[in-house]
Design a binder for this molecule. Structure first.
Ligand code: OSB
Ligand code: MG
Length: 369
């Protein structure tokens, strides 16, 4: 099939509640929806670059530029046969993993529809439901955090992640652990600390945390390798892992014992599968991270999380945890066993709600052969 048309839609959607991390607060979330038309099929992808360069150095605006001026021209009018040959067309574009992953996801959706296979089937998924948890942003007070966590547990989430930052770390983690002695709990620092903060993390060792996510700088796998031996709790890397090669380096250096896989951060689903395969070979548990996706990106995350090496619950929550209204149907609803069901339809297996997509779009451009 020839790639005949690509549409970019810069979308902004209000979150049901503000989401605060060590790098800032978001009230609304931006992304770029990539709509790819090839043959008679239409596929969708979600580029998770945000409004500000807090998590990643990419933003929705830089990703738009990279897609519009480099990646779209490299693939438009070309045959879509498989993912490796698609990626090869824009291989000369350095970096910009979030932009690349958004386009790649749309191509997986098209190919899945062409082959009558779900994304999970194409990737080698091994289960029809995936264990999930909820990522809880920093709340105004520790008391508010404990209440917030309690409400999510009451909704059925069996694994809680809390965001931490300097000044809102140990006391928050201790309070949540004291209130919920048996819940599976982990913390995410989003790169806010330095190696000299090792004593702080040592004080978390008696909280029975599943893991400590990305305590140190994103470009510092080496310092993580100095921190991990000082802790009993496994370190999990998120921001530091941009490829399967990074994952190999981190594992061999002993910088982490667990890896968070986000397809976007590693340039797309194909590389995400490579990270998964490498970790599985080496006995390193992985789990699926999230970027507050719409149901388009969420469908992709759930399919990825169905691979056999994803042995820890993902940061993939029900649609209602993020948005009052979404741009694709049906909504994802939490099963009573803290799982989400893997979509079974061809490709991503969700149906885009065109009306909502247009309503939330702030900028739109169509590229055709
Ligand atoms: O570090 O995992 C992160 C959201 C935006 C940017 C970075 C992160 C997150 C989350 C949200 O933790 C997880 C989710 O989508 O539920
Ligand atoms: Mg993280």
């Amino acid at each position: 099939m020839k790639i005949e048309q690509i549409e970019l839609s810069h979308v902004v959607m209000r979150l049901v509640a503000p989401f605060e991390t060590s790098f800032g607060v978001e009230q609304a979330r931006a992304c770029i929806i990539v709509t790819m038309r090839a043959g008679r099929l239409t596929g969708h992808g979600e580029c998770v670059a945000a409004t500000e360069p807090g998590y990643s150095c990419e933003t929705a605006t830089t990703a738009w530029h990279i897609l519009r001026d480099f990646i779209v021209p490299a693939v438009l009018g070309q045959e879509l046969t498989d993912i490796p040959s698609l990626i090869a067309r824009y291989a000369r574009v350095r970096g910009n993993p979030l932009a690349k992953a958004g386009l790649e996801m749309a191509a997986w959706d098209v190919l899945g529809q062409a082959q009558g296979k779900s994304l999970a089937q194409m990737l080698g998924g091994a289960r029809d439901r995936v264990e999930v948890g909820v990522s809880v942003g920093i709340q105004p007070t520790t008391q508010a955090l404990v209440e917030r966590v309690g409400r999510y547990i009451a909704e059925g989430y069996a694994r809680i992640k809390i965001k931490i930052k300097p000044g809102r770390d140990l006391a928050d983690a201790r309070a949540v652990r004291a209130a919920f002695p048996n819940i599976r709990l982990q913390v995410d620092a989003n790169s806010a600390y330095q190696l000299a903060d090792a004593p702080l993390f040592q004080q978390m060792d008696n909280l029975s945390l599943l893991l400590i996510e990305q305590p140190l700088a994103e470009d510092d796998i080496y310092d993580h390798s100095k921190l991990q031996p000082q802790l009993k709790t496994p370190i999990c890397l998120d921001e530091s892992i941009l490829s399967a090669d990074h994952a190999r380096a981190a594992v061999e250096l002993g910088a982490c014992r667990i890896i968070n896989i986000k397809a976007a951060r590693v340039s797309g689903l194909l590389e995400a599968k490579k990270v998964h395969d490498l970790c599985r070979e080496r006995g390193v548990p992985v789990w699926c991270g999230g970027m507050l996706e719409t149901n388009i990106g969420r469908a992709s995350n759930i399919a990825l999380a169905s691979l056999p090496g994803f042995t820890l619950p993902g940061d993939i929550s029900a649609t209602s945890r993020y948005y009052a209204e979404d741009i694709a149907d049906p909504p994802f609803v939490l099963n009573p066993d803290s799982t989400l069901s893997v979509p079974t339809g061809p490709g991503l297996g969700v149906k885009v709600n065109q009306k909502n997509l247009e309503r939330f779009t702030v900028k739109h451009e169509v590229f055709a052969v």
